[in-house]
Write a protein that binds this ligand. Structure first.
Ligand SMILES: *Cc1c(COP(=O)(O)O)cnc(C)c1O
Ligand code: SF4
Length: 509
């Protein structure tokens, strides 16, 4: 049959569609009454309304009957000319001139395949990686129990000062709150002789009592492995990178200023475990002035990261003063604050702090860089803190750490990235957990595993929810897999990360 002659208006996809529908070889089949009824109804709707979908429904049903039962439209009493005019009508209706063949044979199957890639995630995420919003009822029950045990009123609970004052540092208090088995208590007692434990009551309320390997507990309560793993630390991070007091530098134009060694809580996986949380120290004013002078003296520096410890531990006046000093240095064009406090103690994010951040951001962009490792850490309270922060600074970015048993699965990492994005936070980095500290060897995940997890996001979640995967080894080194397979003449061979399909991409001459 000469399609060029019979279907002059229709594109190649639609000609293929007609070939498929009309060409199944073999004997003619008989449709059931129900099938006849369905097609008649669909045809009526397709003819009647000025809508594209009823036409698509006709062709999809015909394709279905062809695939399942080898039925052709003729078996159903449909003339080709009738279908051709429907096809023309569809294309005329569509704003972008999409043909019925393109829609049925290309677009819809592509969407079907794409849907299949996320089916497993959508089925499992609520069970395997619930957010703190999804678990909010349970968290509220925990909160009431903890308030009662600590004898802590609502006002204290809702203030940063109260959260710090009632911070859980003793194993006895922890065991009361969590109802821990005796052997766990003894283990934690043994470890906390060497490693400091501190959780704010709020962060403790995210732990589900009785759950083994609770991801919040693993991040905040030291475990026996930290002792068995103990070995000598590879020369402490930044000892070899500190050109001036409080300053860490390995890049020409970005420096970090470690403005405090304190945090709202102490993480079991802390990269700076040798420096953070051992002993709280208030730094003298001269330390800050020397650090600021170093920045002032080095005109290449354009971006200053104030970190710690945790930048939000700093009293408001110190924070405001450092930011104002930086804003006065002409070559400093941007600032960042590193803080985990919005997730561990969101009560810190109050009007006074927001005003300080907003004022500085109005002068030169200020970003907040936080650390959220599980979707559980986004609760209605932390989400609200991030919403307010994001309204006053130029960006809120997340640097997660890939941690075994905590977020080292596709489901958990996708859920983390999507959840924080919905909480006004942009996924920025995922760090492969550092080799420098043998204490948390048990939390490390092989580089390849992390790479598979991060690469699995391409094409499956929003592009701006996909973090960069990084190893820290004297600077941040990207660990992504290349999708450039090679060259074929003037073409580059690329691979689609989500299905492995290869495409030719003509290079510039
Ligand atoms: C992380 C870090 C930076 C910032 O690096 P970016 O890639 O710009 O986020 C700068 N200096 C030091 C010392 C750091 O550790
Ligand atoms: S908040 Fe950061 S610096 Fe503080 S203990 Fe946790 S990982 Fe370390």
């Amino acid at each position: 049959m000469n399609h060029e002659a019979s279907l002059p208006e229709l594109d190649a996809f639609t000609r293929d569609l007609f070939d498929e529908l009309f060409c199944p070889a073999g004997a003619s089949n008989t449709p059931t009454q129900a099938e006849r009824r369905t097609i008649n109804e669909l045809m009526q709707q397709a003819r009647g309304e000025g809508l594209a979908k009823p036409i698509v429904d006709v062709f999809r049903f015909l394709l279905h009957l062809r695939d399942e039962k080898r039925l052709t439209p003729r078996d159903l009493g449909l003339e080709k000319s009738e279908l051709v005019s429907l096809a023309e009508h569809h294309q005329a209706l569509d704003e972008h001139g999409v043909s019925i063949g393109g829609r049925c044979l290309k677009a819809l199957p592509i969407v079907r395949e794409a849907n299949a890639r996320v089916a497993d995630y959508l089925e499992r995420h609520r069970e395997e990686a619930p957010t703190g919003i999804e678990l909010w009822d349970k968290i509220c029950t925990n909160r009431e129990r903890i308030k009662q045990i600590l004898n802590m009123g609502e006002d204290r609970w809702n203030s940063f000062g109260g959260q710090l004052k009632y911070a859980i540092e003793s194993v006895d208090t922890l065991s009361q709150i969590m109802d821990l088995p005796q052997e766990t208590v003894i283990e934690i007692q043994r470890v906390t002789r060497h490693y400091r434990m501190r959780l704010t009551p709020y962060y403790a309320s995210l732990i589900m009592p009785g759950a083994p390997h609770d991801p919040i507990m693993l991040q905040s309560v030291p475990t026996a492995e930290m002792l068995t793993n103990a070995g000598s630390e590879v020369p402490p991070v930044a000892a070899d990178h500190s050109p001036a007091r409080l300053i860490d530098q390995f890049y020409p134009r970005v420096v970090a200023m470690k403005a405090t060694n304190m945090c709202g809580m102490y993480c079991t996986h802390c990269l700076r475990i040798a420096h953070i949380g051992r002993k709280d120290r208030i730094y003298p004013r001269e330390a800050y002035t020397e650090a600021l002078q170093y920045i002032r003296d080095n005109p290449r520096i354009r971006d200053v990261l104030i970190t710690g410890g945790d930048a939000f531990v700093l009293p408001n006046e110190t924070l405001a003063w450092i930011l104002a000093e930086l804003d006065h240095i002409e070559h400093v064009r941007l600032k960042r604050l590193g803080s985990r406090i919005p997730v561990t103690t969101p009560q810190r994010i109050n009007g006074e702090l927001l005003d300080i951040l907003g004022r500085s951001n109005d002068k030169k962009p200020l970003r907040v860089v936080t650390q959220i490792n599980t979707a559980r850490e986004i609760t209605p309270v932390s989400r609200e803190a991030f919403r307010k922060l994001s309204g006053r600074v130029s960006a809120v970015l997340n640097q997660a750490v890939l941690l075994k048993g905590i977020n080292d699965s596709t489901v958990k990492m996708w859920k983390l990235c999507e959840t924080i994005q919905e909480a006004y936070v942009r996924p920025y980095y995922v760090f492969n957990c550092s080799y420098r500290n043998p204490q948390f060897d048990h939390l490390r995940v092989p580089v390849e595993r992390g790479r598979d997890i991060i690469e699995s996001m391409y094409g499956n979640i929003s592009g701006d929810a996909i973090p960069r995967y990084i190893a820290t080894a004297g600077g941040k080194i990207p660990l992504h897999r290349s999708n450039v397979l090679g060259r074929c003449g003037s073409d580059i061979i690329l691979k689609k990360p989500w299905d492995g399909q290869e495409v030719k991409y003509p290079d510039a001459g």
